[in-house]
Design a protein around this ligand. Structure first.
Ligand SMILES: O=C(O)C1=C[C@@H](OP(=O)(O)O)[C@@H](O)[C@H](O)C1
Ligand SMILES: C=C(OP(=O)(O)O)C(=O)O
Length: 435
């Protein structure tokens, strides 16, 4: 007997984190008033907002209407910050802003929390230096704090032709943001296509970024083409993922998740659920720059194992913790590979997912680039005291995993969920109550 009854009802998850960050950045760089509708107001996006406020941008948050209003004077009117810019727990803020700050005629210093201090920054420092940016980082240019300093207050950024070595949308975006100010074109090639929200939003702001053969092409002096616009943010599929999986694995569940962003570079979890035989269906709501769907899931008694690897990994990288739980419920052995990037997230998510699911009694093993999950093999829990390790996605994974247990578990540092989904526990309770 599982503890929870089925989750039922409708839900709207908060706005997409990646899209909200990019809208704050582009709205701040442009001139004029713009609105971000249904943004994520989680801690990571608030870190991005606070940094632009320190650069002098007028940004208001209306929590009631769920809007961010930016009244910007353009990047030329930014002021030199007098303090270290705090990126909190947000890798996206740190990496994307390293590209943005590169084009500003002053010195800025960025650093974040203990987790950010461990995350690799050489991946952005190296390409930015190739573009002529004066950026240094601690630990031999590999970690925060990052110091970005325009020589004699003159910005001099070159374009670059660059074949990316890491599978990372944050690195791609850092180069593209720096490339906005470049005096020659940027040509960027990815090994594997990562989320393309930066490219799509550049186009919404009037910038002619386009794919040329295998390269993303950004013309020189693109910053001068920026025209501000309002941005409607779709629901975050990475947040929806927790309820997609809960709906599939908790007996009696039937959930509709409204207005979720289903951009193909992000929606790998849908393909995984289909491959496993999960009851899921999508109904298109809008087919604009970022496609939006309602997603309906129903409890599925018979799920089959599947493997996840290669080009699929960037399309579901943040969902892997909760996909691993889904796989524990499937018949057979599932393998996740090519996912070494998980080791450099808020925590080492290969280790922390395996440790947490093992403690719950599941049979799962860590590998060098992923994990092996032996479905439907469960022993009793080793202890009821767990930790999110200050990683929001591990916290939410544990809260959903607990629904399958007869005993209540304790999750230390569950507040970590505020990074990407502040209303997560409330939404979960609401679905448990059936509305
Ligand atoms: O560009 C982005 O908004 C993000 C890209 C991904 O990181 P990487 O680019 O490091 O893979 C993802 O894990 C992160 O949550 C958000
Ligand atoms: C990895 C994540 O975010 P970031 O890299 O922005 O810290 C995440 O949200 O799971």
């Amino acid at each position: 007997m599982v503890k929870s009854k089925g989750l039922t009802g409708e839900i709207k998850v908060p706005g997409d984190k990646s899209i909200t960050h990019r809208a704050i950045i582009l709205g701040s760089l442009s001139e004029g008033k713009m609105k971000i509708i249904d943004p994520l107001l989680g801690e990571d996006c608030l870190s991005t907002i606070n940094i632009f406020r320190k650069l002098g941008v007028d940004i208001r948050v209306n929590e009631v209407n769920k809007e961010i209003i930016i009244n910007a004077q353009g990047y030329r009117n930014f002021v030199e910050p007098t303090q270290v810019l705090d990126t909190g727990n947000s890798g996206t803020t740190t990496r994307l802003l390293s590209g943005v700050l590169a084009g500003l005629p002053f010195m800025s210093v960025m650093s974040g929390d203990d987790s950010i201090a461990k995350r690799p920054m050489d991946r952005v420092i190296e390409p930015l230096r190739l573009m002529g940016v004066d950026i240094i980082g601690s630990q031999n240019n590999s970690r925060t704090p990052l110091v970005i300093n325009s020589m004699n207050n003159v910005v001099n950024i070159n374009g670059v032709t660059y074949d990316m070595q890491v599978k990372s949308a944050q690195v791609k975006s850092a180069i593209l943001f720096a490339g906005l100010y470049a005096k020659s074109d940027v040509m960027l090639k990815e090994q594997v296509t990562s989320r393309n929200h930066t490219e799509l939003m550049f186009q919404q702001f009037g910038i002619e970024v386009e794919k040329q053969d295998d390269y993303i092409h950004l013309p020189a002096h693109s910053i001068d083409k920026l025209v501000t616009t309002d941005i409607q943010v779709p629901g975050d599929i990475s947040s929806a993922a927790f309820f997609i999986v809960a709906g599939l694995i908790i007996p009696g569940s039937h959930i509709v998740i409204r207005n979720v962003g289903t951009n193909m570079t992000r929606s790998g979890i849908i393909e995984v659920v289909k491959a496993m035989g999960g009851q899921i269906s999508l109904k298109s709501v809008s087919d604009g720059a970022e496609p939006i769907c309602d997603i309906e899931v129903k409890y599925t008694a018979q799920l089959n194992a599947t493997d996840v690897y290669g080009d699929m990994i960037p399309t579901l990288i943040d969902e892997i913790p909760i996909i691993a739980l889904l796989m524990t419920q499937a018949r057979g052995r599932s393998v996740i590979r090519d996912a070494e990037e998980l080791k450099v997230k808020e925590t080492n998510r290969i280790d922390k997912v395996v440790e947490s699911l093992n403690q719950l009694g599941y049979h799962i093993e860590a590998t060098d680039d992923g994990m092996i999950i032996y479905g439907q093999e469960k022993e009793s829990m080793q202890s009821t005291r767990f930790s999110s390790f200050n990683d929001h996605r591990i916290g939410m994974l544990l809260a959903i995993a607990n629904l399958l247990e007869t005993e209540e578990i304790e999750i230390d540092h569950i507040d970590a969920v505020n990074v990407s989904y502040p209303s997560f526990m409330n939404d979960l309770r609401r679905l448990q109550g059936g509305n």
